[in-house]
Design a protein around this ligand. Structure first.
Ligand code: BG6
Length: 519
């Protein structure tokens, strides 16, 4: 039973708007955006006046596009393992979405497409009362980000208008997916290209990890409780481990992954977003700029990585979750002598008063032993143990573990006395699991983020300076690896938690990784 359960804060639907999805026929749209929009429709979180416009190269009509999305939802509903967790499609919610659809076919680099899009936007503004507000979503390959935004600008589609004579102001926003650049230079160039057309406040750089409830919960845990913040620093914390372990391999994404690798794919974005939640200073308010300023400060304080603080791995053949798994080099569209890393482990230093001397160890990889994402905070030992024959160094440490996925929850490990006549100690774990306290609601994480875009709430989105600061940290390692291909790949078997060198990275500091999935 909840200790205190004030009524949920009412969430009202956003004001009128149209949403334009570039890449309407793509995987992201089918797998994540359509289910998220459907969930929003079901929960009453879509604007009452709404239009959904698909843009893609493939020939389609509003009806056939809608049908392809509905079929994709139905397939997910029939698959209990799908990410969307849908079990059935509610016809009323689907009708709400389908009734709002339009489709524009064309080549993303063709200026004529944008003129057609302008006409459709005008028509839908009249038909659906969207008020001229438009959310453009770039669900396309990153090479199209700048060209699409440039053409939106040329067609006058990025321009907002101010309120005048009884007519409300209109807004235009652009959601940019990852990857945001492949390096510091390319991220800077992309920022420059976007900012030539748009104001920073119009750009929503999305990182879907920030849509995960338990990532957001790190802020609630730290800043809504007086208990933890006083010990959340170098005086009491020995080190922090962040693990994002996946059992999936690269699946059908070999081409993308070959050019990306684990470091670019996961670290400057997802893993650093978790790190920022753990390491940031408490903001004095939750408006977007205050929160993002504090995160930006953390990124700015991370010491650029030295190559000796980074370990890379690539999976060979093995067994994952009881199934035989092939080597990365045998995956489709992967070179048989590929040097691309599928695992990375890093040792980071944050140069500020709170964290000086507290290492942050990060690791992420594919084909590991379990799907498990956690932040584990190890506290310093008691300074002295007044128990006879007890070696202080032998006492198990206090761990605070925030499990992000799956089995979302929080646990604390501490020492207790074993019942009996002598002072005998044992480590126990106190655990909170979300599923024990809150009903599970099917959500894929994009719902919150799309809702925020529609209401113009940018707290959970990356700013230009933040993106560049994260690339600055990892760039020295990217450069070092580009200049020195890994001669020893593959160096971990599928189903194992990275190469031996990842263990050595911590052993050098007298520490060890927690077993993956230890909870
Ligand atoms: C994506 C990466 O951004 O995040 C993938 O490109 C990765 O490689 C995925 O598998 C992980 O996200 P989630 O939500 O499945 O943990």
């Amino acid at each position: 039973m909840l200790v205190s359960a004030p009524p949920r804060r009412a969430v009202t639907p956003p004001g009128p708007c149209a949403m334009v999805i570039f890449g309407a026929g793509g995987d992201l749209t089918k797998r994540l955006l359509a289910p998220a929009l459907y969930n929003m429709a079901r929960a009453g979180l879509l604007p009452e006046k709404f239009a959904l416009i698909g843009v893609d190269r493939v020939e389609a009509t509003a009806a056939s596009w809608g049908e392809s999305l509905r079929a994709a939802l139905a397939a997910q509903a029939a698959n209990p393992a799908s990410e969307s967790e849908l079990t059935a499609i509610d016809p009323a919610a689907w009708h709400r979405l389908a009734g709002a659809m339009a489709y524009v076919q064309g080549d993303l680099t063709d200026p004529a497409l944008y003129h057609r899009l302008r006409d459709v936007l005008n028509d839908t503004a009249h038909a659906h009362g969207t008020g001229g507000n438009v959310l453009f979503y770039l669900a396309v390959s990153d090479r199209f980000f700048a060209p699409v935004v440039q053409r939106l600008g040329q067609a006058g589609l990025a321009a907002e208008t101010e309120a005048a004579a009884g007519t409300p102001a209109t807004w235009r926003r652009v959601v940019v997916e990852k990857p945001f650049g492949h390096s510091l230079d390319s991220a800077r160039a992309l920022n420059r290209d976007l900012l030539r057309v748009l104001e920073e406040r119009q750009i929503f750089r999305i990182d879907h990890f920030l849509g995960k409830e338990t990532v957001q919960n790190i802020m609630a845990f730290r800043f809504a409780n007086g208990l933890f913040e006083p010990i959340w620093n170098r005086d009491r914390i020995d080190h922090v481990q962040i693990t994002v372990a996946e059992t999936v391999g690269v699946e059908h994404r070999g081409r993308f992954y070959e050019a990306t690798g684990a470091l670019r794919d996961m670290v400057p974005n997802h893993v650093f977003q978790i790190l920022a939640m753990v390491a940031m200073e408490p903001p004095s308010g939750f408006d977007a700029e205050q929160v993002r300023n504090h995160k930006a400060e953390v990124f700015g304080a991370i010491r650029p990585l030295r190559p000796e603080d980074a370990v890379r791995g690539q999976y060979g053949p093995g067994t994952v979750a009881g199934q035989a798994a092939r080597a990365y080099r045998a995956e489709p569209n992967v070179a048989p002598d590929s040097d691309t890393e599928t695992f990375v482990a890093l040792r980071l230093a944050i140069d500020n008063w709170r964290w000086a001397g507290v290492p942050f160890y990060l690791r992420t990889g594919k084909h590991m032993s379990a799907r498990h994402t956690e932040v584990a905070i190890r506290f310093k030992p008691a300074p002295f143990a007044p128990f006879a024959d007890t070696d202080i160094a032998a006492l198990p440490p206090n761990w605070l573990v925030l499990t992000i996925q799956p089995d979302e929850g929080i646990s604390l490990q501490f020492e207790v006395k074993r019942p009996g006549p002598v002072m005998d100690l044992a480590a126990v774990r106190m655990a909170f699991r979300y599923c024990d306290w809150f009903p599970h609601e099917a959500a894929i994480g994009y719902e919150t983020l799309l809702y925020d875009c529609m209401i113009g709430e940018a707290t959970l989105f990356q700013r230009a300076d933040m993106v560049e600061a994260t690339w600055r940290v990892v760039q020295p390692v990217l450069d070092a690896w580009a200049g020195a291909p890994a001669p020893y790949f593959p160096n971990y078997a599928s189903g194992h938690d990275g190469p031996e060198s990842a263990q050595r990275l911590l052993a050098e500091d007298g520490r060890a990784w927690r077993p993956v999935g230890a909870g």
